[in-house]
Design a protein around this ligand. Structure first.
Ligand SMILES: *[C@@H]1O[C@H](CO)[C@@H](O)[C@H](O)[C@H]1NC(C)=O
Ligand SMILES: *[C@@H]1O[C@H](CO)[C@@H](O)[C@H](O)[C@H]1NC(C)=O
Ligand SMILES: *[C@@H]1O[C@H](CO)[C@@H](O)[C@H](O)[C@H]1NC(C)=O
Ligand SMILES: *[C@@H]1O[C@H](CO)[C@@H](O)[C@H](O)[C@H]1NC(C)=O
Ligand SMILES: *[C@@H]1O[C@H](CO)[C@@H](O)[C@H](O)[C@H]1NC(C)=O
Ligand SMILES: *[C@@H]1O[C@H](CO)[C@@H](O)[C@H](O)[C@H]1NC(C)=O
Ligand SMILES: *[C@@H]1O[C@H](CO)[C@@H](O)[C@H](O)[C@H]1NC(C)=O
Ligand SMILES: *[C@@H]1O[C@H](CO)[C@@H](O)[C@H](O)[C@H]1NC(C)=O
Length: 493
């Protein structure tokens, strides 16, 4: 071949190659693949809004919430974990003179249009409301409904002098925890056949100091009490992905559309959790990110409640699973921009915002994750490298065979700014000839809050049941396109 022609061919080839993202299908289950927990995606509910979720009275469930939770549970065969508590729990008091509860709220502000209650009176039926959920739901939290997994706290926060009890420290937390747990064991042992399953380590750390992980807790005496043998889970709390960024940054500018999703941010925010998960698993406990979500102060409207949140949530949760995280509980309240589910419709007098009951963007991320996880008893997960900063991919193995791949494209699409919608062509290297279907998460634009579809189905329905029939494409060959802000589940039969 003439040298010039060779060079020209090479350049042309290089150009084509740079447009294609290769995903290699490993011939065997990778050594580092881990079992992906069925209940990876959980919901952490502010205690003051418990009845929004449970329904107002015993025997009067919130049917919409139950349907939306069942949709998610249906993919994995296991309940969506509900953790009831959060920081409003520190302001909860028994108030048996009330049937259900008595709440006192501080004034709303434009920045926090739906503040959490400053005082919560826990009435007689408050715990019994957990009976309103489908029977397979799993509960965590304080009190009687959570006998199986008590969660004891006022959580100490070393760096925020305005939070918690003055003089409170990690060591005092552990001492208090031990005392409370021992007391509970005495009360519970006769009721819970195999003993309670405690969770410990509910320590808030909003300023990324990362000083109170399992190491410190063990040094401070976490295993000193008779309760220690019942500890199953260690929880890390309060990690909004960009705590420093928050809903309005210091310079007053909210994070822009497109700034949440993306490989770098997701992995950067999980680095410390990876370290903690490793240490916690090594100590023999499950590691749970017990309260997390996108941007602090309840999320950024236009980002946290959009299609982008779905791509982000799927990447964040599955990446966490590859790092040994057992569960992530996505923080939710009433009217929060980052809720997966808005349990009730609400209006804010402060901002004039109103939101119907139903789902928000992140819910589709949970659908993608749970369908990826599936029903098979022990599904293993590993990330599939893509060598592209805008595309993540994860594989799901069943009994050693790769059964599904989820591909997420975190490029932005804004129909006003972009004349065409960007897409990535993916080549599945090593894909054998076999029946293969493709299911897509579609969004009109990155910042869309409605019109989102999972396999052609909308979950934006009045009763929470998916609209229409599921649509699958069949994949012939080894090439597929994944457009900007799209998630694609490839299933091998
Ligand atoms: C993708 O795989 C093909 C082989 O099918 C290879 O020729 C090409 O160099 C790879 N591209 C990249 C960007 O790795
Ligand atoms: C779960 O999903 C399957 C398939 O989409 C459907 O046939 C079944 O009725 C669902 N079950 C429940 C309990 O929703
Ligand atoms: C509810 O509690 C507040 C104190 O936090 C009290 O002022 C109010 O009267 C209580 N409501 C009722 C109906 O007792
Ligand atoms: C966390 O994620 C946000 C949003 O993607 C990003 O801006 C921030 O830099 C990330 N933090 C770290 C420590 O990587
Ligand atoms: C909300 O609407 C009222 C009445 O239209 C108006 O006076 C007020 O300024 C609005 N508040 C905000 C934050 O837009
Ligand atoms: C979409 O692009 C237009 C034109 O550049 C811009 O004005 C608008 O702010 C963008 N929308 C979002 C949500 O970023
Ligand atoms: C699409 O528009 C966004 C701004 O909204 C820009 O960041 C991005 O580079 C554009 N993508 C393409 C492929 O033009
Ligand atoms: C990918 O998209 C491009 C541009 O629309 C198209 O030419 C190509 O045929 C598509 N490939 C597949 C496998 O759909």
């Amino acid at each position: 071949m003439h040298p010039k022609v060779a060079v020209a061919t090479l350049l042309a080839f290089a150009h084509i190659c740079s447009a294609i993202v290769n995903i290699t299908i490993p011939p065997y289950e990778p050594k580092l693949a881990r079992i992906v927990p069925k209940s990876l995606v959980g919901i952490s509910i502010e205690m003051d809004r418990w009845i929004d979720w449970s329904g107002p009275a015993v025997g009067e469930p919130n049917k919409l919430v139950n349907q939306l939770l069942s949709n998610l549970a249906n993919y994995t065969g296991q309940a969506v974990p509900l953790r009831v508590g959060a920081n409003s729990q520190d302001r909860g008091f028994l108030a048996p003179e009330f049937e259900v509860q008595n709440l006192t709220f501080p004034a709303a502000t434009a920045l926090v249009p739906q503040p959490e209650a400053s005082r919560i009176g826990i009435g007689r039926d408050w715990y019994k409301l957990s009976g309103n959920f489908p029977p397979y739901d799993d509960f965590y939290g304080s009190g009687a409904q959570a006998l199986a997994h008590p969660d004891i706290y006022d959580y100490p926060n070393p760096l925020n002098p305005n939070a918690g009890i003055p003089g409170w420290s990690a060591k005092r937390y552990i001492e208090t925890w031990n005392r409370a747990a021992e007391g509970l064991i005495k009360k519970l042992n006769s009721d819970v056949p195999h003993g309670p399953r405690f969770q410990a380590g509910v320590i808030a750390d909003p300023f990324n100091a990362w000083i109170w992980g399992i190491r410190q807790a063990l040094v401070d005496g976490l295993q000193d009490s008779a309760a220690a043998k019942y500890i199953k889970t260690y929880r890390s709390l309060f990690n909004s992905i960009a705590c420093q960024g928050s809903r309005i940054t210091r310079d007053g500018i909210p994070p822009a559309s497109g700034s949440l999703m993306g490989r770098a941010g997701v992995r950067g925010n999980l680095t410390k959790h990876a370290e903690y998960a490793e240490q916690t698993n090594r100590a023999g406990y499950e590691y749970v990110i017990g309260e997390t979500n996108s941007f602090s102060l309840h999320g950024v409207p236009g980002v946290s409640n959009t299609a982008e949140a779905a791509i982000w949530l799927a990447d964040y949760a599955l990446q966490a699973a590859t790092l040994g995280v057992k569960e992530l509980d996505f923080h939710s309240g009433r009217g929060f921009a980052y809720n997966l589910i808005q349990p009730v419709a609400y209006e804010s007098d402060t901002t004039n915002m109103s939101m119907p009951a139903g789902i928000e963007g992140g819910y589709y991320g949970a659908l993608m994750v749970n369908e990826f996880i599936g029903l098979y008893p022990e599904v293993k997960i590993e990330e599939l490298p893509t060598f592209n900063t805008g595309v993540s991919a994860y594989g799901a193995w069943e009994g050693g065979d790769l059964r599904r791949i989820l591909v997420l494209n975190s490029a932005v699409y804004n129909s006003t700014a972009n004349s065409t919608r960007d897409y990535q062509t993916i080549q599945l290297i090593g894909h054998k000839e076999q029946k293969t279907t493709v299911k897509r998460f579609y969004a009109p634009e990155t910042f869309s809050t409605s019109g989102l579809l999972w396999g052609g189905q909308s979950f934006e329905t009045a009763d929470g049941k998916p609209s229409d029939q599921v649509t699958y494409e069949s994949l012939s060959g080894t090439i597929l396109n994944v457009t900007a802000t799209e998630g694609v589940l490839v299933c091998f039969k």
